[in-house]
Ligand binder design. Sequence first.
Ligand SMILES: [Zn+2]
Length: 530
Amino acid sequence: MPRILLIGWDGADWRILEPMLEQGALPNLQALIDRGQKDVLRSTVPTHSWAAWPSFLTGVDPADHGVYDILETVPGTHKQYPVTYKSIKERTFVEDLSAAGKVGIYADVPLMFPPPDINAKVLAGGVLPKGRTYTQPADLPEQLEKAGAPWVINGMSWTTYRNRAEPYLDEALDITGKRIRASEWLMDNTDWDLMASVWVSVDRTQHALSNYVAPDHPDYTKNHKTRIGLRVRDVFAQLDDAIGSFVSRTRDDDLVLFISDHGFQSVTRTIHMDHLLKQFGFLEFSASNVVFGPMQWGPVRKVARKAYDFLGLHGKVSLPQSVNWSKTKAFTTIRSTGEGVSINLAGREPDGIVDPADFEKVRDQVMDALSSFVDPKTGRKPVKAIYRREEIFKGKHADTAPDILMEPTETYSLTHAKSAIEDADWVSGDHRPEGVIVAAGPGVKAFEQPPMLIDLAPTILAALGAPASIEHTGRVLHEVVGADAKVSHAETPKPTVQIPGMPTGEDEAAVSDTEADEMEEHLRGLGYIE
Ligand SMILES: [Zn+2]
């Protein structure tokens, strides 16, 4: 039976990879393309990792797995927790593979904390609270340590390295090197059917240093041959070496998949969506930012925050400013990328002020303001496309989606600014929907229809002959697995291991308030929250 090696480069985009391939700088990726097929892989809306990787894991859109942002709100409150594996409200393919007796290795796949209880080796990816079990089996870190290939969690908090590219690159190359060695050991010491490993250094580096590596960035010409420019290319070369090393551990009939969860665009101007809403008169901030807001609801949080700042663990970062809910009609609900805004609707939001009878009118006003907004410096419109929730989301969790969805114009980020709109500062790249895929293996043909991230789960199950317990929105990529391959359906769908519904309190949440604080600090370092 063939096996699958899946290598994910978080945030990889052909805009950046193709020029490197042409220069011969990614020989192992080139070899994979030469014996396979490459294409654009369409991400999810919104286009960030915390919504995209759950779509990879489930084969359904965010409206069906319910994860839209890096934080989820406890219904009826302004209380928010970092999302975890438990936030994914649909069964994942990793559980179906395990139920079919297939052995997986999952190395740094985001949103796999807390690790599911499956027959697999899991090193959970994403942002992890320290001191908690993040692996399956639980003693995997000790096994790796003993083998001389220790795993390292978290790291590469690029926003905390503001204007310190070299120390950031030192850390990115060091952590990634260690993770590569641990992954090689896992491949060598596991009888695996699926090896899925995700590499985040590309995403983090492209956020901060696209101006050294993206030929369409205006500073590229002066930057790319500098010492930093060369070291940024080392980030890609290191991962290209890892492709060579992993592929050398496969057999001829194995399927190799190379993907990204979203693409990337160059950024020269940034927006702060809440400040922009304030400028339009839809939002008011509280006079003092120590008043509890969505990000700071209790004394525990403030104490933890002070402790982190005191210890200097995370550099100088600004505290989030609280919203004055009694004067706010619209607010940002996809904080990580600014792509989502919701109406402060009475009866739905805890301090909602917009009468349900006025909902459509207010939403239209907000959409008009945002879509017609012109950057005074460039004369361009930062919002490229804007949608009502129901135009994008149809699934069973559509009611918890933002009311308004946006896509940024090229060279704009809808987040990362300190004021409504300003020049990009220590951010030069942000997400876009066009990711990458390369498939290589026996019988792989050119894609006839555009492949999507939600197609991976059914494709992996079909390739490994494991039944699915859910209906996927994505399709089996027949171009990859052959015309006859199908996903069979388990006779009685296995009950999902997750508790359906949002966490209603600390008891049911995957993480404690203190751990949520700690995770938020890492998320802040990754630029996903202010
Ligand atoms: Zn990113």
